[in-house]
Ligand binder design. Structure first.
Ligand code: MEV
Length: 381
């Protein structure tokens, strides 16, 4: 068999799928045994507080509540780093976080608009009618206090002429929002075509979630930062130097933010969230003017203080959050809603950043990383 284009592959049983892959890739008995073993115990999951399904980060104290954090990631050192960062931050009272705003934006692109001023006026006049049509599609979310809340109109000059871009501003509550927002956009399109005589094109949520921003702060007693041969003061100073470089050097800023996303992606994945949307949101937010680190650290008396501010379109309902694995992760977390999960997830990013920076400016990143890697290699023998 040469082709990987198999009609209806997803409808086949696991055994049928394995048979196809076996033939295609010429798998032997040992390979097949391994596949079976990993069905029971997926690879990479055997280290760093593994409980079989996830690795678990410890020490998280966020807004006065304790959490064990399930993380899904191949790299054990990320989980160890999150736990170590959270331990340091716990010594300063834990993380304190909140959402600054919590709305998603959907875009409707309209082409061939003749009179922009006239059209904009007409849309404003019909605003409540448009919102009503949108909200008809999501009665449940409206009953709970969410739904389409506002419209904004933009004139955008593109290389193919001027577009009218309508922003639909939606509070999607505990959902990430893509399905809700996209459905709303499609539902209002016929009305807007009639109203504007424009030609509809894209109708899609924006992953630049700059109205769903979470902000988390923390502080650490400086003496607790001591690592290897470096004093707490030396580590704190090193972290300030690292941040100063990240602010002016994109090569460093992207790596700095990658370290933040190590933790955020792992929690997003464990909880069945769209981690690519979250990645896209965070990196684009970091680059909204000139690409910047998404965390900042400074000294305040005997403390090192830190902050993260990022878009966090994370969900506790909808999509794959309903999968068995994600349900288990959410249960372990004991979160009540998406906001709580977003604050926790951003806290994990801040913990990972603290841990990475403190290691980088003292003993180096390889010491801890290689210790865990060695354990992993030993375990595979
Ligand atoms: C590696 O996965 C993450 C780090 O590169 C982050 C950083 O450099 O800040 C260590």
């Amino acid at each position: 068999m040469q082709s990987s284009a198999i009609a209806g592959f997803s409808k086949l049983t696991v055994e049928e799928k394995i048979k196809i892959i076996k033939e295609f890739s010429d798998l032997n008995k040992v390979d097949l045994e391994l596949i079976r073993k990993y069905q029971e115990l997926p690879d990479f999951l055997e280290l760093e507080n593994n409980i079989g399904t996830f690795k678990i980060a410890t020490n998280f104290l966020v807004n006065g509540k304790d959490y064990f954090v399930p993380m899904e990631i191949e790299e054990p050192s990320v989980v160890a780093a999150a736990s170590r960062g959270a331990k340091l931050i716990r010594a300063g009272g834990g993380f304190v976080g909140k959402y600054l705003e919590s709305k998603m934006i959907g875009e409707l692109q309209l082409l061939n608009i003749n009179n922009f001023e006239e059209t904009k006026k007409n849309i404003v006049i019909k605003k409540s009618e448009i919102l009503k049509i949108a909200n008809e599609t999501s009665k449940h979310i409206v009953e709970l206090g969410g739904g389409a809340k506002d419209l904004e109109i933009r004139e955008v000059n593109t290389e193919r002429g001027k577009n009218l871009v309508l922003f639909l501003i939606v509070d999607t509550l505990d959902a990430m929002g893509a399905n809700i927002v996209n459905t709303m956009l499609e539902s209002i399109t016929p009305f807007l075509v009639e109203l504007t005589k424009g030609k509809p094109s894209l109708r899609i949520i924006s992953n630049f979630a700059d109205r769903r921003i979470v902000s988390v702060k923390c502080k650490i007693p400086i003496e607790k930062l001591a690592l290897g041969n470096s004093s707490g003061e030396e580590v704190a100073e090193g972290i300030l130097n690292a941040c100063a470089l990240a602010k002016v050097d994109i090569y460093r800023a992207v790596t700095h933010n990658k370290g933040v996303m190590n933790g955020i992606d792992a929690v997003s994945l464990a909880t069945g969230n769209d981690w690519r949307a979250i990645e896209a949101g965070v990196h684009s937010y970091a680059g909204k003017k000139c690409y910047q680190p998404v965390t900042g650290w400074w000294k305040e008396k005997e403390f090192l203080e830190g902050k993260i501010e990022i878009p966090m379109a994370i969900a506790t309902v909808g999509g794959a959050t309903k999968s068995k694995k994600a349900t288990l992760a959410l249960k372990i977390l004991r979160v009540q809603n998406a906001r709580e999960l977003g604050i926790l997830t951003a806290s994990v990013g801040l913990a990972n950043n603290l841990s990475a920076l403190s290691a980088l400016v003292s003993e180096g990143i390889q010491a801890g990383h290689m210790r865990l890697h060695k354990e992993f290699v030993e375990l595979r023998k």
